[in-house]
Structures are given as structure tokens and as C-alpha cells.
Design a protein around this ligand. Sequence first.
Ligand SMILES: [Ca+2]
Ligand SMILES: [Ca+2]
Length: 561
Amino acid sequence: MNGGSRLDQNHEVFAKSGRGVPLPPADTPIATTREVGFSNTMLNSAPSNFAAIVTHHYAGEATVTYLFCDFFRCLMTTLILMHAVGSTSVAAEKPNVLFIAIDDLNDWVGCLGGNPQAKTPNIDQLASRGVNFYNAHCASPVCNPSRAALMSGMRSSTTGVYNNSIDWRNQKSGQVNTLNMHFKANGYYVAGAGKIYHESFGRYDDADWDVYYKHRGESGDEGNKGRARGGPPGPAQGESDGVGGIKFAPINANDSDLEDYHIVDYCIEQLQKKHDKPLFLACGIHKPHMPWFVPKKYYDMFPLDSIQLPKVLEDDLSDLPPAGLKMAHPETDHVPMLKSGRWKEAVQGYLAAGAFSDAMVGRLMAAFDKSAYRDNTIIVFWGDHGWHLGEKQHWRKFTLWEEATRAPLFFTVPGTTKAGSVCNRSVDFMSIYPTLCDLCGLSIPSHVEGVSMKPLLVDPKAGWDRPGITTHGYMNHSVRTEKWRYIRYADGGEELYDEVNDPMEWKNLAGKSDLNSIKEQLGKMMPSINVPTPGEKGTIKVPANAEKRKEKKASKTLKGR
Ligand SMILES: [Ca+2]
Ligand SMILES: [Ca+2]
């Protein structure tokens, strides 16, 4: 074992097996589909625009204009009637969408193999309904930019939304139709609950959602049965709440004392209702985001003496460039964790929080299977980014390595996907927006940067020469293919990993001159547009502490309850 002297040699460790498979041949075509549909918005505006153009053309000829006005009244009536009939039949054919987001869930999921001790039977069952994207990566390893990019369809590097303190609503991402808005504008009934956007920057306007679950205490609609934001109280007075900023503790509480329980309840209610329009239902579950304060029964599923630690190479950081070292910053969390001797407890806490979120997914899916939506609904399940629990001597997200970029992504599409499929192609979450449009017959807005993955849903082994791209801070990018990960930081620092032979990313090969052409090829795939961090024109910033401060504050608040 490679635990090294800094780790407790008695701890059992686990290491991941190779996850990558070789790249397809370079000449494999990019099989993508971008069908352009005819949106209801376009239909609604078409007759009046047309009339305005013709009226303008005949300006000065009052009689002709008058005749045309009469003619257009008839034409418009006919078009409106046709539209009404058309949209009814189109609506009837449209699939529903169940859109499930999990916060901070890495690959410690049974069907992703990130930790053999993870217990996630409900999430595994959900994945097995369709295609499990085994090599899927977030657009950014931080809540707000990851979600803003996925939902807006625009990368962090295009919008400048790089961290949790930049309000995506005030940048380019706030000026376009987000995914839920696009579905709403195209005839869907769009309902949501929980964490879909980063909650500091939620947006719940009429143009965004038809209905949205409200936290207790917020001005509510009739569906308001929510708990206070954040859930149950923390550990009892005098009991430990974790190590520094890493918050974990079993609590004496019921599942229903956590807000996620009520978020799922709200979604179940939506599934029990009949909707006149096709349904787009978004369910955002908060756990396993910290604090890992979940009922004790989930901790009991993972006896402490059985816990295996992630495998860590003692001198792993010695081959990192300065920018990589800055992202690892082991002194913040890892050194205190080793000193505390409580690493196993922290791993137990994350597994327990994951098991709790799995139970919530189980409740949702049991209700889904009993609902009228069971056979005509596309299910997409995604985690917003990964999480380190000591790998590369780092904790939390905020890096460009596998532990922080890889996250769950599963698609089930009735009539298209085959149960039990696994796709090894490297993809990123920018493809979720266009894929859903493609599958539901909606146009893909021109601002959307990703491409549809429909060809991979039809055939998970189809040709695909795109990488998964992750951005963390201005000009810091990672490109992940099936064979390689190439990282290039703003200051020019580089890392290159062979994912087939080195899945833990221990050996940085960037200095090997015989791999220069590989680096060059991968570097060309990085985003060419790089918008500076708003308010910091032209400066380089690697945000690492914003969310940590917020988490600290939140856990303090929780403890007080
Ligand atoms: Ca997150
Ligand atoms: Ca290394």
C-alpha cells in the first residue's frame, strides 16, 4: 500500500481500477444531431410580425393596407386555430422529463465504482433503467458555476461565472433562456423543488417556473409544506460536529426532519397530479452536501472498523506545477484531518449522507413507478460535481482532478435507451441542455454550447471524439478523453495523466517530450473564449475559499437550532 508514513498504516485503503478505455480512432466522425424544431414562441409571434412587415411594405396605400388588414384578420384567425390544434397534438406526443440533481455526489455510487463500500441501491437501480455515462464530467467543480453552466447552456469561460460569489443572473447566463425557461416557453408545465440553481442565486419568476417548492418561512404558494432551509438540528450540545470545516455527525432525527424529505414529497405530489401540458419536473436533493448530519441509522450502515480509506500517494504533490499545488492546499483540510485521527469517521459521514440521499431517490422513484408518468418520461439524473475525501491530500471540490470533475450522469429515454447500458465516452454536462431539447423535439437555442448526446443514447458505443471539459477559475481548464486528462492553468502550468494506466492521477506526464503532440492535440480542445472574472478584469483568480466560508457559517447556524 502507498499510504505512506503520514497516514495510519493500519487503515485499509481502496484504489480505483482503470476507468478509461482507449480513444476511438481520430477519424471517427462526431455523430451529433441538432434538429431545429418550431417553437410555440415562434408560432405566436409569426402572424403579427408578418402583418407588420406587409403593412410597412404597403405604407402610403391606405386602401390596399385596409384590404390586407381584413385579409390578415382572417389569416391570423386561421393560423391561431391551426396553432391551437397543432400544439394540442404536439403536446400529447411530447415526453415528460424528470430531472434529478444531487448536490456534491461524487463517484462513490455503487454503479460508478468510485468506492466499493458505497451503498446506493436506489441510484444504481435508476441508472440501470437506461444509459450510465461512466465517464461524465462537470463543467465546473463548484456548485454555482456548475449549475449555471448546465442550466444556461453556457460555459463558465463564456460567462465569467467561475465561483460561488458571482451572480450568474447578472452575467450573460442571466440574459438567455435557461433550460427550464426553454421548456416552459415550449409548452411544458415546469415544476421544481430543492437545489437546482445554487440557492444564493435562485430565480423563481413566472417566466422560469410554473410552480416551485418554497422553503418554510418564504412567501409561499399553496404547495408550501417545506421545512426551514438546511433541515434538522446538528449534533447535541457538547458533541463533535467534525474536523475543522469538514462537518459530520450522526444525529437523532427522522428522515422527515431533513428538508430533502419534503422536497421529494413535493415532487411526488406533482407526479400524482394530472397536468394538461407535458411535465418537466426538477428535483434537487441537497445531501450529500455538508454538513453530513443525517440520522444515525445511515451511519450504522457503515461500521467504523470496516471503513477503508482512499488510497493516497505520499509524495503525489511533488510533480504538480505551482497552480496545481495551490488547488490541493493540503494544509487547509488534509493535515488537520490526519492530526485528528478521524479520517475514517469523515469517510463514514460522507457514505452515510450518500445513503440518505439514495433513500430519498428511492422514495421518489417508487412514487414515479406508481404514477401515470412511468412509461412516457425521460429521466436524467446528475450530480453537480465530484468531491475529494483525501485523494491528492485534498478535501472538497475546487480542483480539476478526477475526484472533483467526475460525477453521476444517467439518462433513461423510453423507446431509445436500452436498460443496463454503460457508455464510456467522455462527456460533460454541457450536453444535458441540448440532449433534452433534441429528445423532446425542441429547438436548441443558438447560445447553447454543448451538443446533443442522442447518438450515444441510441448506441452507447457510437463514435464520439469530444472530451469532457471542466473549467475552474479564469483560464484554468481540464480536458478529459477516454485515455487522457490534460490540465493547463492560467500561468501555463500543465498536468497530463494516463487515465487507463493511472486512474488515481498520480504520475504527471506533462514533462515528457514524446507526449508533446498529445498535449497539443488536447490543448486545441480547450475553450478559446475566456471571459475574465467580473470585476477583476484581466486578473487570474482561483477561487477556493468562498464556499468554505459559507459552509462554515451554515453549519454554525445549524448547530444553534
Ligand atoms: Ca455542489
Ligand atoms: Ca503526482
